[in-house]
Write a protein that binds this ligand. Sequence first.
Ligand SMILES: *[C@@H]1O[C@H](CO)[C@@H](O)[C@H](O)[C@H]1NC(C)=O
Length: 288
Amino acid sequence: MNNNYFILFCILAIISQVQSVDPSCKGIINTNPILHDEPTFVNSVPNGKRFVVGSGYDKINIVHLYGGTPYDMGLALGKLMSEDLQHLVPEYFAYLDNKIEDLIKTLPPLVAKWIAELGLLGALDLNYEITRFYTPPWYDEELRGLAAGSGISYENIRRLNLLPELIKAACSVIGAWGQSTLSKTTLLHLRSLDWDEKAPIAKYATVTVYHPNTSYEGYENHFHDYYKQKYSGSYTFANFGYLGLIGSIGAYNEVSVGLGQKVWITKEQDITSRFGNPWTYVLRDVVQ
Ligand SMILES: *[C@@H]1O[C@H](CO)[C@@H](O)[C@H](O)[C@H]1NC(C)=O
């Protein structure tokens, strides 16, 4: 399975290739070496195991979670990553607080108004209120487990998870195959967060490998309510993201479905509604 992760890291090399032939590109070529090391085991708790690969700024956590219930997976993630979350969450909100004036200028007027009136935390809470009716219950269950395991408040864990929904993100994706790749055979897939590399989340890169309990009755009983189709089981999948985020932005599952989020919103009107299941959760249920 590890090979699959490393294929994703390899794509950076392909991008350098593309940049070097396009003089209009102002980006800096990524010359970081690809990590080939075997992940090192760190520790385990009921329902979870933690590994790390790389070191310093390039350290990547690899956390395996085994359901149980969504609460059990959240609890295991929280326990395994508690110390890191205790550092990340305050750093993350302090960072956002510092950047908020710049951030507001890039946001749709409606969201800028919410933040001006309610503060960032209040806007994230409002976003929870307007989406929760549409959100499958297993996300709240996992967030509650994550809060209990890590010792971070449930409200702050929830806010961290609703930031992508509030700002709707942007990001980049690429799928390359055939003549566009050096190997000319494999399909390569990249999803880039395109955020400040000094943002605190960059220090907590985490691959979370979920092994959901496919017969968990919460999925069976409620899947149709949210997705209007019959629940037909779950797959093991890896979320490539940052610590604390339980929804998907980039992911890959055991039946070879790769997922990378990209949004193209130029006007608030391009968003048909802000009432709905947050996009990070919709994408996760696509791979899970
Ligand atoms: C999976 O979910 C079912 C139904 O909710 C439960 O009875 C079972 O104990 C769970 N399996 C594990 C390994 O926890």
